[in-house]
Structure formats: C-alpha cells, structure tokens
Design a protein around this ligand. Structure first.
Ligand code: SAM
Length: 176
C-alpha cells in the first residue's frame, strides 16, 4: 500500500460544494490519507477540517488554494504517482495491484467537469465502477481497496475526544 496518500480536490465551488468537499476531506482522513490539497480558495473549509483533527486526533492537513498543475508536477518530480478517479476510467479492481506498488499516491477527484489535461497527466484514470456516483464514495472505496491494513481500526493520536464503541448509546472520553 502507498505509504503516503494525498487527495487533490478540483473544481470546488465554495457555496455549492462546501459540504461535499468537507466530506471528501473527512473521509480521506478517516481512511488513511495524510492530507488534502484544495485547488480553490476556501480557508474556512480548511479551518473546519483542521478543527475536526484537533477534536478527534491525527495530523491530517488541508492546503488551501493550490495550483493543481503545479502540485501534480511537484508530486511526480518527487517520484509520486497520480490516480484520477472518474467513472470513465479503468475499473478499480483492475488497477489495484499496480496502485498498491507505488510509495506515494495522489488521488484526484473533481466536482464539476475536470479539465482533460488531468486525464493525460494521471498515471491511472480509475473508475469505482463505471456508473456515476459521488467523489466521497469514490475516495472511500478506493482507499479501502488499496489498503493493506484495516483503516476502520486506526487510532488517531492526540485528539480531545475519543469514542468508546458501544452497542447502544454514545460514549465519548474527554481527554482534555
Ligand atoms: C459527481 S461527479 C461529477 C463529474 C462531472 N460531471 C464530469 O463529467 O466530470 C464528481 C466527481 O466524483 C467522482 N466520481 C463520480 N463517480 C465516480 C465513479 N464511478 N468512479 C470514480 N469516481 C467517480 C469523480 O472524481 C468526479 O470528478
């Protein structure tokens, strides 16, 4: 499994997409990614995700207002691979063995239509099934399928709050 995974979120429109982009970030965090690069200006969204990390632990980061082209080039120059998630790509199960071999993986997801250059710059254009659905689902299923360990059992260090799983009810430890 790649040791370092980042998400590159394209096409985020602050008014329209804030909820879904927040969910892309939180899902990526919960499923083992190190951070999210946001190719739009939305500092408030980045701050909201940072607040979740403070409360619930771990070191997930968000970089706001990046240039997607510069980030992809920088990533590839550093030996990283790029996987663009699109319903038009090759189906995920066919790409998993190759993806698992890389050390550093950037997972690109769109909101509105993605520039065609992304398809050309990506090492893999991958479909999580060739049906339209959601970038949140696409990120979750991809990170789960390429994982070597079960991220549902990850512990997030240093959080203010920790949930104790219960059959019924909500048990939360306040570590402050
Ligand atoms: C809701 S879709 C909109 C896509 C846009 N209408 C287009 O034609 O590019 C937003 C994002 O969800 C992701 N997505 C949706 N369905 C997917 C699928 N079946 N496999 C992989 N990614 C998917 C892609 O990253 C896509 O850019």
């Amino acid at each position: 499994m790649p040791k370092e995974i980042v998400i590159l979120r394209l096409g985020h429109r602050p008014q329209r997409d804030k909820r879904i982009t927040t969910h892309v970030g939180l899902t990526a965090r919960a499923f083992g990614a190190k951070g999210m690069l946001l190719a739009s200006e939305d500092q408030k969204l980045a701050d909201n995700i940072a607040d979740v990390s403070t409360r619930w632990g771990g070191n997930f980061y968000v970089e706001n207002n990046v240039s997607w082209k510069a980030e992809i080039n920088k990533w590839k120059d550093a030996g990283g691979k790029v996987c663009h998630l699109s319903m038009y790509g090759i189906n995920l199960p066919d790409a998993v063995p190759e993806i698992k071999e890389c050390e550093k993986l950037m997972v690109v997801v769109g909101a509105e239509k993605v520039p065609f250059e992304i398809y050309e710059m990506a090492d893999w254009n991958v479909a999580v099934g060739n049906q339209p659905h959601s970038e949140v689902a696409a990120v979750a299923v991809t990170l789960d399928r390429i994982a070597e360990t079960d991220h549902l059992r990850d512990e997030f260090e240093g959080g203010e709050l920790t949930i104790v799983p219960e059959k019924c009810g909500k048990k939360v430890i306040d570590n402050r």
